[in-house]
Design a protein. Sequence first.
Length: 445
Amino acid sequence: MRTLIRGGNIVNEGRCFEGSVSIEADRIVSVIEGSSQPLGICDLEVDARGCFVLPGIIDSHVHFRQPGLTEKADIDSESRAAAYGGVTSYFDMPNTIPQTTTLAAWEEKQELGKRHSHVNYGFFFGATGDNNGDFQRLDRHRLPGIKLFMGASTGNMQVGGRESLASVFEAVKNVGLPLMAHCEDTPTIDRNMQAMKEKYGDDPDIRFHPVIRSEEACVKSSSLAIELAREHGTRLHVAHVSTAKELDMLDGSVGSQITAEAVIAHLLFSEKDYQAKGGLIKCNPAVKTEHDRDMLRQALTHGKIATVVTDHAPHLLSQKLGGCARAASGMPMIQFSLPIMLGLVDEGVLTIERLVELMAHNPARLFEVRDRGFIREGGKADITIVKPHCPWTVTEEIIQSKCRWSPLLGHLFNWKVTHTICNGHVVYRDGEFDDGYRGEEVAFR
């Protein structure tokens, strides 16, 4: 199968230029700058004039809920949503049922990905504090890294105590894998929750969520993670940074020992949105102040944020009702992350070249993804095509996540994903989806 993507604006490795991309089977065979066309006959020609041709988006932080929580979401439904959103690869977190903290559970997830995923997949292995010995048995070429919950969140996978945490940091360093850490201090959160309950009752209003899961809780835990990483020489990636003060502790450049990610929710919303959105935007860590949001946006360009992800975490809509104690934390965002970020490009927050660094190049670099994340000759043909000046509104009918809701209902976008090409195969095109296609296991290192 030979495919030609003709006449688009190719965005790759800091440049944006007119050109064409030729694909043979699952590989890019040529990137041609200018208006020249490759010789030979193509089986499929994609007219990309007026569009932007990007490397396939890599979302390195998602919760697809399978196994064990499939009433909320599953690999089939959420990888479909990913394809609609231009995401060609994702890395799933271990807080499922059973938790992905044994080799058997991790292998089971790999098999689920093989059978059900419509785009490329990878699965983190979870740290418990008691399974450090298993890290040496993992195949470093088949997983992105180890996930550590330093604070309690959905799935109750928290590892507590400095001694236990230190043992995890040391064990991860010894196997040469990156450690992704969820950093919130649970004792601080518990004290804040108790104080709010004493003052406002058993389910405090949702507007107190950033008071309970506070800046202090984030900064205290992130500080400890950075201290332990430096002490043990561990490669640390701080998940979902949500405060300006955490940014002050980070270097963040891609070659650094310690890097960090920003999540779409923290870049889009602020505490003022709780009044209109309620529990729909409840997530852990909490959406915080406008100042925090604005500093995170600035960090996209000055380098302290290395990757942008969704932390895609569907729940049933009924589970999102209530206040701080009752409403579940997490939201489905993978279908809309790229249009949101392109909206920030329109606002002048960042350039489209920087967007590609944050959502494709840097995830590939940080997790040492093989042959993906760039538009390069010989690389895997994972490509996303987007078109500007194509207004559309989020409605219930277009939501692909199994939970069938979004905090973005009624949101008007100006950019549209027209094609998602995964391993040279057009899995999504202008509203048409190839339900029979399956992605590949991502290879690392």
